[in-house]
Design a protein around this ligand. Structure first.
Ligand code: HEC
Length: 260
């Protein structure tokens, strides 16, 4: 029992460090399931770059097309892979033996936004970097030693770790300065930062961020497609309450007249 408690004590902080990124400061992410154009771009990027390995086996193409307001003909032509029909589940054609290729089978991603959180996903897709010691040639800041290759490599380009000079923070929170030459800030080296090797990716940094945003936003929608219905329903419920309020206050006034 004691040993178990000790294991838990030691294990939990370790697990937290592993999921929150050891030396990576998480960039914030705010999903928006009302942004239809973003979701439409997201499903497209997902089918082009992720579906080859990852299923969304609790989601149907048709439902996605309807929720994202993409006409069925366009959706069938541009998104549904050949051989599949719009009524099918969004399953990959990847054979089960792929586990041997990557060391781990690519998991289904329908619920991944709930399990990992959108912020984690966003940082995960942004932090693949060159690491020749890995079989895939890349490593990841928030999922160290991941078995997945950098699927968006042609868009982002090659990212590598660099050390940059950053100014040090003094005890009072300000910039640390040289006591003899006050104009001079004292800098220190900060390593483990990531930098894209110029000219290796098709997208600029901003375009890549947007693409990753759209994919993660799409995964956020997929993890709970009924969220959209809830919002729609919510509007009707509120409208109904407004009408009810007007009617009851009119009725109240009628009753009040009787008393006076
Ligand atoms: C060539 C196949 C392949 C492609 C393409 C691919 N992945 Fe993966 N992915 C994997 C494998 C294999 C793993 C499991 C890695 C491991 O557990 O070490 C994985 C793991 C993941 C995980 C972590 C899941 C978890 O919770 O552990 C996420 C998230 C993910 N992939 C997202 C994506 C997204 C988004 C795309 C498209 C941009 C993508 N993947 C494209 C093979 C692939």
């Amino acid at each position: 029992m004691k040993r178990l408690a000790l294991l838990l004590l030691l294990g939990i902080p370790g697990a937290v460090a592993a999921t929150s990124g050891v030396d990576w400061e998480m960039l914030p992410f705010e999903p928006n399931s009302h942004d239809k154009p973003s979701l439409q771009r997201g499903v497209r990027l997902y089918t082009d770059y992720c579906m080859g390995c990852h299923s969304l086996r609790f989601q149907r193409y048709e439902r996605t097309a309807d929720d994202l307001e993409i006409p069925h003909e366009i959706f069938t032509e541009q998104i549904v892979p050949s051989g599949a029909r719009i009524g099918d589940l969004m399953e990959t054609a990847m054979p089960a033996r792929s586990k041997n290729w990557f060391g781990a089978a690519p998991p289904d991603l329908t619920m991944v936004a709930k399990v990992r959180g959108t912020e984690w996903l966003y940082n995960y897709l942004k932090t693949f970097y060159l690491d020749e010691s890995r079989p895939t040639g890349v490593n990841n800041k928030v999922f160290p030693n991941v078995g997945m290759p950098h699927a968006l490599f042609e868009l982002q380009g090659i990212q590598r770790e660099v050390c940059t000079q950053v100014s040090r923070t003094a005890d009072d929170g300000g910039q640390m300065r040289d006591p003899l030459v006050p104009q001079k800030a004292i800098t220190g080296e900060r390593c483990g930062q990531l930098e894209v090797v110029e000219g290796t990716g098709r997208y600029t940094a901003v375009e890549y961020d947007e693409a990753v945003y759209d994919i993660v936003n799409f995964l956020y929608y997929v993890a709970e497609p009924t969220r959209m219905e809830r919002y729609r329903l919510g509007v009707y419920v509120l409208l109904f309450l407004v009408v009810l309020f007007v009617l009851t206050s009119l009725l109240g006034r009628e009753y009040a007249k009787e008393f006076h």
